[in-house]
Design a protein around this ligand. Structure first.
Ligand code: SF4
Length: 204
């Protein structure tokens, strides 16, 4: 572990964010098996990290009430209902756009459903993130979202923002803007947040 990872973990723990550090993602689902009880209601936030690790298939194959925002032929109304139901979930799974060395979580959101569920609603919030998400401070976190997270997500989701073309943020006025909300979580309620920090580069 690099010193900044160790210190980040200590600071996260001091901020009521329980940390589980994994050297790689091979056993991620064994960890999740132990964290999420069968028959639970589970919501999921949009995340390249979770998609790449295969979380959607994993959740579909477990004995859960999975609020599956990715199911085939879902329409806008059903998606809205799933986002709203997610506030009543037992567990909410997501990643984080940045994690500061001071032990804070920084996230941007286009619709606000993900950051809203992180802030309030689900009893347990489980965050899965690679060490590439660790940044020095909030200013670097903001830079990271402008230069990496938002542009690459705009490309991935085929959203027509200026950054999708140039990979640079121009603080656009686009109606399709994917970074409408900027949320810093400093010290959440005790016992609600778990961060699984993986010693790999994952997601944006
Ligand atoms: S403000 Fe606009 S250009 Fe900047 S990252 Fe967000 S969507 Fe892209």
């Amino acid at each position: 572990m690099n010193i900044n990872i160790e210190q980040t973990i200590k600071n996260l723990e001091n901020n009521n964010i329980r940390c589980i550090f994994l050297n790689d993602s091979k056993n991620i689902f064994k960890v999740i098996d132990n964290l999420i009880n069968d028959k639970s209601i589970v919501g999921i936030g949009g995340s390249k990290t979770l998609m790449d690790l295969g979380f959607v298939e994993y959740l579909r194959n477990r004995d859960l009430d999975f609020l599956d925002r990715y199911k085939e032929n879902i329409d806008a109304l059903e998606l809205k209902q799933i986002f709203r139901k997610s506030f009543f979930a037992d567990y909410y799974l997501t990643s984080s756009n940045a994690i500061t060395e001071a032990g804070e979580l920084f996230n941007i959101d286009g619709r606000g459903n993900r950051v809203a569920a992180m802030l309030y609603g689900p009893d347990q919030v489980i965050i899965v993130a690679g060490v590439n998400k660790i940044v020095k401070d909030v200013f670097e976190a903001l830079e990271r979202t402008k230069k990496i997270a938002a542009p690459l997500n705009a490309v991935r989701l085929n959203i027509k923002t200026p950054c999708a073309k140039t990979l640079a943020c121009v603080d656009c006025k686009s109606d399709d803007r994917i970074c409408r909300d900027y949320v810093l979580i400093k010290k959440p309620q005790k016992g609600r947040f778990t961060l699984i920090l993986i010693n790999e580069n994952l997601g944006y």
